[in-house]
Design a protein around this ligand. Structure first.
Ligand code: CAO
Length: 407
């Protein structure tokens, strides 16, 4: 048994935000049926590394799902969709605003068809002034408080590589869907779940709005910036939080030879010993967090004078041996080759019928009674026969639907 065994998800998602959500639902045990247009999710073809084979973009976001094709702009397609909706617990989509309504399926209509249906939508924005706008990852980062706070003070706003706008929103959508499934146990009714990418990023940028309000009471002393205006400035790699941190350079000085070091109050004594400056442990100029706060840049410079002489793995071991929190900057190559991530099931080899073996990122949700077994993404329409057969569509009609461009 898996946690979501028996939950049927009709998955009309495409690109990243929606598929990241339904992949998690599949990993939790739901039967996720991905409904695609007859040309398929556009990402099957985007960023292809092998000719004619589903891209890694697609395969890494659509594992453990079944695939059907259906032309929602055909009359027969709409009829079949109606039957699918009646059999589903959850419908998830992330089309541009209004697309499902234009297909003829408003929330009111869907409720009529299946009052127990949970209908989840991911859009770029909430119902306010941006409601009709499309959105992509970095647009959400731009409008959700991430880009304005990422980068260095003297440089432009920066996008982060972690897909907080897409996959970050997907995770929020999963939370909403699970809560709706839980509430349905009492109400016996489905409900509408709406998640906006701008909202999800803003939720993740929450602490920066904390700092925006703190600014009214004076400079942000935990930031490395020397001057403050009336907006939270970009603060480079500063943690900006209760415990100061910075990325310091390591040997041999390559682009990812850095380690992020946090200096907790108890950490200063061991750090000062490790870096060969034991006298600073009790020096009133350095001994307390208050004393160090105005000169965090100098403090990290002292630490870097030591780290630059060692590789990041040595620094990791030495600092951790003294219980100092730190993390080397791991490159994508290092991550994909990381043995512990393989052992933990976070980097997983999956066998795909056309591309052969590929690596993907496993499920970060680890449940003791619902283990995840990552299976390949489906080929386009791979399960047409199986799923339409269950609906009572005969093999002859199936062939006809194919000829007529309905599936
Ligand atoms: N059969 C027939 N038509 C179908 C179909 C099917 N099975 N599935 C989708 N379509 C049609 C829709 O009906 C719609 O047509 P209309 O506009 O004529 O009504 C069209 O395909 C899909 O439109 P779209 O707006 O979703 O697609 P797009 O490529 O123009 O925009 C995107 C893509 C991502 C910008 C938009 O979907 C969006 O804003 N989504 C919400 C935010 C989001 O999830 N963004 C994540 C992007 S990943 O970085």
């Amino acid at each position: 048994m898996k946690a979501l065994e028996g939950v049927r998800v009709l998955d009309m998602t495409h690109v990243q935000s929606g598929p990241s959500a339904t992949q998690l639902l599949a990993w939790l045990g739901a039967d996720v049926v991905k409904l695609e247009s007859i040309t398929g999710d556009i990402t099957r073809q985007q960023l292809r590394d092998l000719p004619g084979v589903d891209s890694l973009y697609f395969t890494m976001l659509n594992c453990n799902k079944r695939s059907i094709t259906l032309n929602m702009k055909s009359e027969r397609g709409k009829e079949i969709f109606t039957e699918l909706v009646k059999q589903s617990d959850v419908l998830v989509e992330n089309f541009g605003p209004g697309a499902v309504d234009r297909m003829g399926f408003t929330w009111e209509r869907l409720q009529e068809l299946n009052p127990r249906l949970i209908y989840a939508s991911i859009k770029g924005f909430g119902p306010g002034r941006y409601r009709a706008f499309k959105a992509y990852e970095v647009i959400a980062q731009a409008m959700g408080g991430s880009m304005t706070t990422t980068g260095f003070e003297d440089g432009p706003p920066l996008a982060t590589g972690a897909q907080i706008g897409d996959s970050g929103t997907g995770i929020h959508a999963v939370a909403g869907i699970l809560a709706a499934l839980y509430q349905r146990q009492t109400t016996d009714r489905g409900q509408r779940v709406q998640v906006a990418m701008q909202h999800a990023v803003l939720n993740l940028a929450r602490v920066k709005l904390r700092d925006q309000q703190r600014l009214a009471h004076g400079p942000l002393r935990e930031y490395p910036n020397k001057t403050f205006g009336d907006e939270v400035p970009r603060s480079g790699n500063a943690s900006g939080g209760g415990q100061p941190g910075w990325a310091v350079r390591c040997a041999p000085g390559g682009p990812n030879d850095y380690i992020y070091v946090i200096v907790q109050p108890v950490g200063w004594k061991p750090i000062s010993e490790i870096i060969g400056r034991a006298e600073l442990a009790d020096d009133p100029e350095w001994a307390t967090p208050e004393a160090r706060l105005p000169k965090l840049d100098k403090m990290f410079q002292l630490i870097e004078e030591w780290t630059i002489r060692h590789d990041k793995w040595t620094v990791l071991d030495k600092l951790n041996a003294a219980n100092v929190p730190c993390g080397p900057i791991l490159s994508t190559k290092e991550l994909i080759e990381d043995e512990s991530l393989r052992e933990e099931g976070m980097v997983v080899a999956v066998d795909h019928p056309e591309r052969g073996e590929f690596l993907t990122v496993g499920s970060p949700l680890q449940l003791s009674d619902s283990p995840v077994e990552v299976r390949t993404s489906p080929l386009l329409g791979e399960h047409n026969q199986e799923i339409y057969g269950e609906l009572g569509v005969s093999p002859d009609e199936l062939a006809e639907l194919k000829t007529n461009g309905v599936i």
